[in-house]
Design a protein around this ligand. Structure first.
Ligand SMILES: [Zn+2]
Length: 435
């Protein structure tokens, strides 16, 4: 008998975990994306699905395939997953991070939840369709990307810039950080569907002063001016802004937990959520965190300039207002340079696709309730959104109640429950056949 998608998803995920696709952010030491993309191409080819490989630079491989649907006049659905992973230090792990070990009901390895699990689900579902003669209701575009973990320049951002035609007709997209369960009690699990992402704005601050000898009295020191501005930014709390997505999330959560929600102090409700509070807390306001400092070249020389990097994350619709507020905090004498900018993403939690997600979850877990949420970080959705595609994070996973899921992202001993993977493949199959 043929293997089912639920059998295959585990095998495929293990194979992918064993391919080291570490993205260090430096093209010279980033490995494996081409090998992983070729592996994906072979799994598709085995069942007669043609795919095309696109290299943005040597070995920086992206792969795209289109599966024709029954009604080709409908908008296509894009499914996307990145193949790269962040580095892992083997000495910190219980198992080797690229062993794909199966232990205690989990598959272990860097990328197990971010996001080779969903890559494997996509492959397992479409392979099963080919074996059993299923045609999806509408076109499905599969896209496997490079470089999600280091700015997407060689992956999704490059694809939408150079090969936008690959996504012609795509009206909606499904990718990572959503679809996982958060247990309220035995009879109720919230499944967080990502419908929004904060924007990203990396800024460099430049202070200038009068260079001079370190032994003199000196009242125009660039290092001092920069340090003062950086400290002000680092300690500043920007005002709370509750967006529609966060408002909907808070309403659902307070209902599920029976918490009285004080609209003036939603952080009180969020604090009661335990580990998941990390994921949500930063979506209530714009944030600015100093991350780098650079000044000076000798211990007894006052440099003429000093610079610092600030990692800013902005809520949908807030980028301009935020910049004005930040300018006030920094003061007039420091120059602000934009290094990297990616807009926020937000879509409504409505429509046939959302209904189908909720229904597919409930069919596999009668205690499931789908709720929208905003991710404070970023994903490939930022690139696909620029093509006018509605983007969702929905890589379905039913998780054990006591698993600290958010800590596993980029964390030590990243692992995915085997049963969760199999649950995910069933939900995804159902969703894709009914939307
Ligand atoms: Zn990811």
């Amino acid at each position: 008998m043929d293997a089912t998608a639920a059998d295959e998803v585990v095998e495929i995920c293990r194979d992918l975990l064993r391919i080291d696709t570490t993205n260090t952010g430096d093209p010279r030491t980033t490995v494996g994306e081409r090998t992983a993309a070729e592996y994906v191409a072979e799994r598709l080819d085995e069942v007669g699905i043609a795919s095309e490989l696109f290299e943005s630079a040597p070995r920086r491989a992206n792969l795209v395939a289109r599966i024709p649907g029954a009604d080709r006049s409908r908008g296509a659905l894009l499914l996307h997953g990145h193949l790269d992973v962040v580095p892992a230090d083997a000495s910190e792990w219980s198992v080797h991070p690229f062993s794909g070990a199966e232990r205690d009901g989990y598959l272990w390895g860097r990328g197990a939840i971010d996001m080779k699990d969903f890559d494997a689900m996509m492959l397992a579902v479409v392979r099963q369709w080919r074996r059993t003669g299923v045609t999806p209701p509408r076109d499905i575009v599969l896209c496997f990307t490079a470089d999600e973990e280091a700015g997407m320049e060689y992956g999704s951002q490059w694809l939408v810039r150079e090969h936008a035609d690959l996504f012609t007709g795509c009206t909606e997209a499904i990718g990572e950080v959503g679809g996982f369960s958060y247990t309220v009690n035995d009879d109720l699990r919230l499944y967080l569907v990502e419908t929004a992402e904060k924007g990203l704005d990396w800024l460099r601050l430049h202070a200038r002063g009068r260079p001079g000898h370190g032994s003199f009295v000196h009242d125009d020191n660039a290092v001092t001016a920069l340090a003062e501005a950086v400290a002000r930014v680092g300690r500043h709390r920007f005002p709370m802004v509750v967006t529609p997505t966060v408002a909907a999330f808070l309403e659902q959560v307070s209902d599920a937990f029976g918490i009285e929600l004080d609209p003036a102090e939603p952080e009180v409700a969020i604090a009661k959520l335990g580990p998941i509070a990390n994921l949500i807390g930063a979506t209530l306001r714009n944030t600015a965190n100093p991350t780098r400092l650079d000044a000076g070249y000798k211990d007894n020389v006052i440099p003429g300039r000093a610079s610092a990097t600030i990692d800013c994350r902005t809520l949908p619709g807030q980028a301009e207002a935020f910049l004005e507020q930040l300018r006030e905090v920094i003061g007039p004498d420091i120059e602000i340079e934009h290094i990297s900018q990616q807009g926020a993403v937000e879509t409504g939690f409505d429509g046939a696709l959302v209904d189908a997600m909720a229904a597919a979850l409930r069919a596999e877990d009668p205690g499931a309730r789908a709720v929208p949420y905003m991710l404070s970080g970023g994903t490939d959705a930022k690139a696909f959104h620029t093509l006018g595609i509605r983007c969702f994070g929905f890589a379905p996973l039913r998780l054990p109640a006591d698993l600290n899921f958010s800590a596993l992202f980029h964390g030590v001993d990243e692992r995915v429950p085997v049963e969760g993977l199999q649950f995910g493949v069933r939900v995804l199959d159902r969703l894709l056949q009914t939307s």
